[in-house]
Design a protein around this ligand. Structure first.
Ligand code: CTP
Ligand code: MG
Length: 399
């Protein structure tokens, strides 16, 4: 067995030059938009930071090349312009083997391991990357694969025959190989091999030893329209629910009305603030923005903005909803607590829930408001101010 390579120099080849005939549609499969991002963009991003780093992977990609349909070369170049490291864009061939070979010809010499990935697999388990690379280096190659769970049948003239599924695995991508091994395999491709649907088969034919790395059924290849529908469900589920928290406190003692949750609780003695000082609505805005990683209320509605002086905070809440919507999200649930010594909030809580539900296009049952005193303790207890905290749950808007 060869030694582990502490820092292998890795090239990634993305095969994206297919027509996607079985899927159909106006654009080749790799250029189809899956919940806001094309399959090709998803593949590229999966091999770049922060994707690999998020999973604490230590094997970093040093070079990347794409095979794309001849009509999409320019578009791919434009797409990759903003990448941190340059990405080579190459015209694909008539078969997958040809497409991979075209990119292989551009891989720099100083590369230890080459991984090949199908753009048609947007959900590969990134956390398996280090293992895949290290196993490829240890042996000659390693591929992501899963043992076949179904009973396998072959249709024969005499009827259906069960195929022994013992030791049968479904091969996926990425597949990684020692660089010289993959190059040799592709140099020796015969006419018959040219239709091989994966690189492991070519490497095997030049006597390469290949290891399975246990993968996940999530890493299915999008081939048909049914696969696409399933992929949409997976992609939607992936970022279905996000959560944010918010907190705000204001000092009591303004001449204006006391506004909490959009309800006028008193005509004077309100909260001091640049806007109407509605701590509850501000905490909810912050929770919503936090869930979307869009910063906070000060980022979007700065105290320096004269137009916001004394503004009704419901306006800020509705604007926050627009910001969420532009980012592709919608509020789904709010839970908040008001911390105040006085006045009693309970009689007003339902009115607040109604207002917030209306501004966020939610049902009143998705908005929970609670109130508590702090039993005389702290600034709230001394009646110096009122505070509020909120948790917001948001979901991706279905487009
Ligand atoms: N591929 C490629 N060059 C080809 C054919 C396929 O780069 N000449 C790539 C595809 O873009 C895909 C992967 O190989 O990412 C797996 O191929 P497949 O799922 O068969 O995709 P398509 O060939 O695009 O689909 P179809 O066979 O239905 O036309
Ligand atoms: Mg194909």
């Amino acid at each position: 067995m060869k030694h582990l390579l502490p820092k292998p120099r890795i090239a990634v080849i993305i095969a994206a030059a297919g027509k996607g005939e079985r899927l159909g549609g106006d654009v080749p499969k790799a250029w189809r938009d899956l919940c806001g991002t094309t399959l090709l963009e998803r593949s590229i991003a999966s091999f770049q930071p922060p994707s690999l780093q998020t999973h604490q992977q230590i094997c970093h990609v040093t070079w990347m090349g794409l095979a794309v349909d001849s009509e999409y070369v320019q578009r791919a170049r434009e797409l990759t312009l903003s990448a941190q490291d340059p990405i080579e864009v190459v015209e694909g061939g008539a078969t997958r083997v040809e497409s991979v070979r075209n990119v292989l010809a551009r891989v720099p010499d100083a590369i230890d391991v080459i991984a090949v990935h199908d753009a048609a697999r947007p959900f590969w388990p990134v956390e398996k990357w280090d293992e895949l690379v290290q196993e490829a280096w240890k042996w000659d190659g390693a591929i992501l694969a899963i043992p076949v769970g179904d009973t396998l049948k072959r249709a024969e003239i005499a009827g259906m025959v069960t195929v022994d599924r013992h030791e049968v695995w479904a091969a996926q991508t990425p597949q990684a190989f020692r660089a010289e091994m993959l190059k040799r395999a592709h140099e020796q491709v015969s006419e018959r091999d040219a239709i091989a649907t994966d690189d492991a088969e070519l490497v095997r034919r030049v006597r390469g030893a290949i290891k399975f790395v246990y993968s996940s059924p999530r890493n299915f290849k999008i081939t048909t329209r049914e696969d696409w529908k399933f992929a949409e469900q997976v992609a939607t589920m992936d970022n279905a629910i996000r959560v944010g928290t918010g907190y705000d406190a204001h000092r009591l003692g303004s001449d204006g009305p006391l506004m909490i949750g959009g309800v006028r609780l008193a005509d004077t003695g309100g909260l001091i603030g640049h806007s109407d000082g509605d701590v509850l609505l501000h905490a909810i805005c912050d929770a919503l923005l936090g869930a979307t990683t869009l910063g906070d209320i000060g980022t979007h509605f700065p105290p320096s903005d004269e137009r916001l002086k004394g503004i009704d905070s419901r306006h800020l809440l509705r604007e926050t909803r627009v910001l969420l919507s532009n980012a592709g999200y919608q509020p789904s649930q709010i839970d908040a607590t008001i911390l105040a010594e006085a006045p009693r909030m309970a009689p007003h809580v339902d009115a607040m829930r109604m207002i917030i539900a209306e501004d966020l296009a939610l049902s009143i049952n998705d908005v929970s408001i609670k109130a508590t005193t702090t039993e005389g303790m702290g600034f709230v207890g001394r009646g110096e101010g009122i505070a509020a905290q909120a948790v917001a749950t948001i979901t991706r808007s279905v487009t």
